[in-house]
Design a protein around this ligand. Structure first.
Ligand code: CMX
Length: 136
């Protein structure tokens, strides 16, 4: 893994949450976009060496809506920046890690993303994320 690219944080409402990050904490909003493939709207916030990704559900049957229903708002996933995502996915599979999809999907900022099941990552939902240019 190259670095931690961002931390995903599930929220009920980006609109309601943003002032906490931008005014109270004084961080900079980089972009807001909808990621249809994941049924979320996301806001990227510059937190220095990494980004925070606020995640708001756009559909009740999406992963973020389900997460909030079960666990409430809070840290949802950690995303590793990687090169050659397909090779990384293959390596992980060969090492017994359960991936949530066979092929990378198009994620926020045009990145290619793939998720590792929290059950094979000791309770943490990890994302692999290639080529995100958000905030650069
Ligand atoms: N972090 C840690 N554990 C999690 C979790 C999370 N974010 N989400 C679910 N879990 C746990 C559940 O609590 C459950 O544990 P228990 O069995 O001990 O209760 C277990 O994982 C399985 O959960 P589940 O209810 O069977 O499955 P879900 O329907 O909740 O799906 C998951 C969970 C991870 C498979 C699903 O959320 C998924 O496919 N995620 C990948 C895609 C995604 O999260 N997209 C949103 C972000 C998009 C973006 O960044 O752009």
């Amino acid at each position: 893994m190259k670095n931690v690219d961002h931390i995903g944080i599930a929220v009920h409402s980006i609109e309601k949450t943003l002032p906490y990050y931008t005014e109270t904490l004084g961080l900079k909003l980089l972009a807001i976009e909808e990621v249809a493939s994941q049924k979320v709207r996301v806001a990227f916030i510059d937190a220095g060496n990494i980004k925070l990704e606020l995640l708001e559900a756009t559909a009740e049957d999406g992963p973020v809506a389900k997460f909030i229903e079960k666990r409430g708002e809070g840290v949802h996933h950690i995303a590793f920046g990687v090169e050659n995502i397909r090779t990384r996915m293959q390596d992980l599979k060969e090492n017994g890690v359960r991936l949530l999809q066979d092929e990378p999907k198009r994620g926020a900022g045009g990145a290619e993303v793939a998720f590792l099941h929290p059950k094979s990552s000791y309770g943490v939902l990890y994302e692999l994320c290639e080529k995100t240019t958000m905030g650069e």
